[in-house]
Write a protein that binds this ligand. Structure first.
Ligand code: ADP
Ligand code: MG
Length: 606
């Protein structure tokens, strides 16, 4: 959808929202419904970030709504504190509680995380219900109405504006955040954290941040709810409500900011209708809508995994855009600072007797070699030789059993991947790890994560535009450098494998590395793609980049490398100039070893 069209729809939406309560023909229950939709939207927006984007499922958001409601409920009724003071207090309490819960639960993986959220969702619910001073299950009554500039927000039509103001601010903040440096880091959390960590993203910290962010939005919703209802009890903060919020997020399209409002609207309206209709149809009372929602959720997950928001944008006339990727230009943007580089010939990487044992298997057997600045070293060997394991020892993915690795004089063995990239070593992956739903440019910008100081707050308030421009300009420059300049706005997932491999090189270059580590960049590529890759590597070599190239394919590295290290069964077999190594009988034996070379190569690409 073109940007100006988006803006028109956005403005129209806000206008309709603004006018609804002042028209005398708007029925009161519309206002009531819209208020509830707004309150839910706030919570669901948090889930968009947490679950839809970050991939962390939470059933427990309703508990944070409860914290927001109970903090203001208690302080206003027991001590007469102004609601405008209880909001920041509630936010502080929520941040503390969510921070503590986040530190514990965000470490859980797979199904344990959702189960963990159910557990604390239930605990907080019972906490509200069992505290004498919180009125047990009867709750608290007689909360004051909000007042703003002397106007009482007692009636639904009045507090409506405040609710929707918060919703629109939250939409803007969340959308800003997603389109920023921290946003890219958050979008990289999904599907494993190894790649993000290797570009310096502190994934554990970002998980806690989005968890707290989502909890804060829920807290605001609870505060508003308390002063809309003027009385509270534990029921709306239980696990049922938590499930309903998650359903809203999934229905709207968990990864879309506007999907939050859509989901909240659909579910709130449907619930209202079903609560009338179902008991009449079935002739008895009960929460039958829960059953209908359960069935709908299953259908949705089977037929529209991305929720209904993508469907809406498609129906609204934005057919598959005829992609004509236009490269953005970044004229006049200050370039990012670059790190000092060692002089040509200086030792960049020094590997001494590095060893890795997996149980009884010695995968890397006291390997030593070094890489000098401006040199391309190939680490080659047949399948299972221990190349990838060595690579992982160097990049901090695996801890070594013994030995020493020095990078520009600093000892790096035992340091985490995040520190190593910080020192100037950047890598690509044997199995391409791109964020396929993000543009090529954004993927490369993730590589420059450590080169910008922009944090969550600045990003959410959109005070990061200059830094963002510099980051994107750097990404564009690296794309240009590897010959992908015209693909900036293409989705990374639409590129061919060969281009994706080169894109990974651009992403690594964006980290401003002193040493580039490439893990089997030619694996699985077709002949022409290999040629394109070789051209890029040749170019980098002429520019004086230091590269450690881990490769199975000996022919590929022949013309590209200054020095070869050959491994077999974890041991260093030979090392030296490429031609000499190729002629070495031990190497020939290891590579040919009775198997046709082409067959061996095929097997390695399976
Ligand atoms: P290459 O990359 O040269 O093909 P690898 O480094 O992947 O070789 O593997 C070297 C040896 O270590 C192989 O025998 C492999 O089975 C073993 N290995 C690799 N990773 C692990 C692991 N995580 N646990 C146990 N054995 C492993
Ligand atoms: Mg390997």
């Amino acid at each position: 959808m073109p940007a100006h069209r988006n803006r028109i729809i956005g403005v129209a939406f806000v206008l309709v929202l603004a006018i609804l309560p002042v028209t005398p023909v708007t029925p009161e229950f519309w206002i009531t419904l819209l208020n509830y939709i707004g309150l839910s939207s706030l919570v669901v927006l948090g889930l968009v970030l947490l679950t839809g984007v970050g991939g962390l499922t939470s059933f427990g958001q309703a508990a944070f709504v409860g914290i927001g409601a109970y903090v203001t409920g208690y302080l206003t009724t027991a001590y007469g504190v102004s609601p405008w003071l209880t909001l920041p207090t509630g936010l502080a309490v929520t941040a503390l509680v969510a921070g503590a819960i986040g530190v514990i639960t965000m470490r859980l993986s797979g199904h344990y995380l959702p189960l963990g959220t159910i557990a604390w969702g239930i605990s907080l619910f019972f906490l509200f219900g069992n505290m004498d001073w919180l009125g047990k299950y009867d709750g608290l009554n007689g909360l004051p109405a909000l007042h703003l500039f002397g106007i009482s927000l007692e009636r639904g039509r009045q507090i409506y504006y405040l609710i929707w103001l918060f919703v629109l601010l939250a939409v803007a903040a969340t959308a800003n955040l997603l389109d920023s440096r921290p946003g890219r880091a958050i979008r990289a959390l999904r599907g494993g954290t190894g790649m993000a960590e290797s570009f310096g993203v502190n994934t554990a910290r970002y998980k806690i941040i989005i968890f707290v962010y989502a909890a804060l939005l829920a807290c605001v919703s609870g505060w508003l709810y308390a002063h809309l209802q003027r009385s509270i009890n534990p029921t709306p903060f239980g696990i049922n409500a938590g499930i309903e919020y998650l359903f809203m997020a999934v229905a709207g399209g968990a990864a879309y900011v506007w999907g939050a409002i859509l989901g909240a609207t659909l579910v709130t309206v449907a619930k209202d209708q079903l609560q009338d209709l179902l008991p009449r149809l079935l002739g008895s009372n009960g929460n039958f809508e829960t059953i209908v929602f359960g069935v709908l959720l299953v259908l949705l997950l089977q037929h529209a995994q991305d929720g209904l928001w993508p469907l809406v944008t498609r129906l609204s006339g934005a057919r598959t855009p005829t992609r004509k990727p236009v490269a953005r230009s970044f004229g006049g943007v200050d370039p990012l600072p670059v790190r000092p580089r060692p002089a040509a010939g200086e030792r960049v990487l020094d590997v001494r007797d590095v060893r890795k044992e997996f149980g009884g298997l010695v995968a890397v057997n006291d390997i030593s070699f070094s890489v000098a600045a401006g040199e391309i070293v190939g680490l080659i060997g047949p399948n299972g030789a221990g190349k990838s394991t060595t690579f992982n020892l160097l990049t901090g993915v695996l801890p070594a059993t013994g030995g020493e690795v020095r990078f520009c004089g600093t000892r790096i063995d035992g340091r985490p991947a995040r520190d190593i990239v910080h020192l100037g070593m950047a890598r690509t992956f044997q199995h391409v790890q791109l964020l396929t739903g993000m543009s090529v440019l954004e993927n490369v910008a993730l590589g420059a994560h450590l080169r910008s100081p922009v944090g969550i707050t600045r990003a959410a308030l959109r005070l990061d535009r200059r830094d963002e421009q510099r980051l994107l300009a750097e990404a564009a420059r690296q794309l240009e450098r590897v010959g992908l300049g015209s693909y900036q706005e293409e989705l990374a997932g639409n590129l061919a494998l060969g281009q994706q491999r080169i894109l990974e090189i651009a992403r690594a270059l964006a980290a401003d590395p002193v040493l580039l580590l490439l893990d089997e960049p030619a694996a699985g590529l077709r002949y022409r793609e290999k040629q394109a890759l070789a051209a890029v590597l040749g170019q980098l070599r002429r520019e004086g980049m230091s590269i450690l190239l881990v490769e199975h394919d000996m022919e590929f590295v022949m013309g590209l490398t200054d020095h070869l290290v050959v491994m077999d069964f974890g041991t260093k077999l030979a090392e030296g100039k490429p031609e000499a190594v190729r002629a070495n009988p031990l190497v020939l034996e290891a590579y040919l070893g009775g198997v046709e070379p082409s067959a061996a190569e095929e097997a390695s690409h399976g």
